[in-house]
Design a protein around this ligand. Structure first.
Ligand SMILES: O=C(CO)COP(=O)(O)O
Length: 279
């Protein structure tokens, strides 16, 4: 069949530039992230050792989210190492300040140099009984302070087996983003059954789900959804990173276990950085 004028021009541009203009626009607007969630792990000494070994990369956005007591020293280690790494909290309280024993406010996170904060992780939903209303309050608090919330969503095994994944994700998205019409945020799709189990979602399933998530985001924020980074999380590691990085709607990974060792975290970063250079 003869080529249409449009595809002839697209091919010509692709041959000359290595990509079409449309592709270039999408790629340049969506950031690729590799984010470490250390959860309740690491001592001060282990953190210092991590940054002695860690290489990082300029080609993707790298964020490390240590436990709260390590935020400030981690910021110092990052500065000392001169590596391109940003700092993130693992949780935040919804109030500005006050009588909330054991909690951390958004200004406290900002004070120690955080630019990101994980909100609504399934472990907090499970163990601290956080629901979508609370997640929404925390997201608003982060955006108001100029931090980028990494909003976690994901279905349990039971919800997956009873074919409720889409319903769960859409409810979590509409809940977390209620009354939010400005500010940057990241979505992390973390199927609960894949977290810490070694049973990572296949790249095809993750891509399919991310594409669904983007379609829901379109309903919520319109065309801006094209520029929102959607990360995959759940037993991501050096071996499966390449498959995830090749998918159109997977804009990076949120890594637990495999982020604890500098070498394996670097391995994942390298895969995504290579993908960026090739795009
Ligand atoms: O929960 C996660 C990151 O937030 C994923 O943890 P794992 O990579 O250990 O499965």
């Amino acid at each position: 069949m003869e080529q249409s004028i449009e595809s002839y021009i697209k091919n010509l541009v692709r041959e000359t530039l290595g990509h079409t203009l449309g592709e270039l626009q999408v790629q340049s607007d969506r950031r690729i992230y590799v984010i470490a969630n250390w959860k309740m792990n690491k001592s001060l000494t282990e953190t210092a050792e991590f940054f002695q070994e860690f290489k990082s990369s300029n080609d993707v956005s790298v964020v490390v989210c240590p436990p709260t007591q390590l935020l400030y020293p981690t910021q110092l280690f990052i500065k000392q190492s001169g590596k391109p790494v940003d700092l993130g909290g693992q949780n935040v309280h919804w109030a500005d300040k006050g009588a909330y024993t054991g909690e951390t406010s958004i200004s406290m996170l900002k004070d120690v140099g955080c630019e990101y904060v994980i909100i609504g992780h399934s472990e907090r939903r499970q163990y601290a009984h956080e629901d979508d209303v609370l997640v929404n309050k925390k997201v608003k608090q982060a955006i108001k302070a100029g931090l980028i919330p990494i909003i976690c969503i994901g279905e349990t095994l039971e919800e997956k087996n009873s074919m409720r994944t889409e319903q769960v994700l859409s409810t979590q998205l509409f809940g977390a983003l209620k009354e939010i019409d400005s500010g940057d945020f990241i979505i992390a799709y973390e199927p609960v059954w894949a977290i810490g189990t070694g049973q990572s979602a296949t790249a095809d399933l993750a891509q399919q789900t991310h594409s669904y998530i983007r379609s829901v985001l379109k309903q919520i924020v319109g065309e801006k959804a094209e520029n929102i980074s959607i990360l995959y999380g759940g037993s991501a590691n050096e071996s499966n990173a390449a498959e995830y990085s090749s998918m159109t709607d997977i804009d990076g990974v949120l890594v637990g276990g495999a982020s604890l060792k500098a070498q394996s975290f670097d391995g994942i970063i390298k895969v995504f950085a290579k993908g960026e250079q090739n795009s």
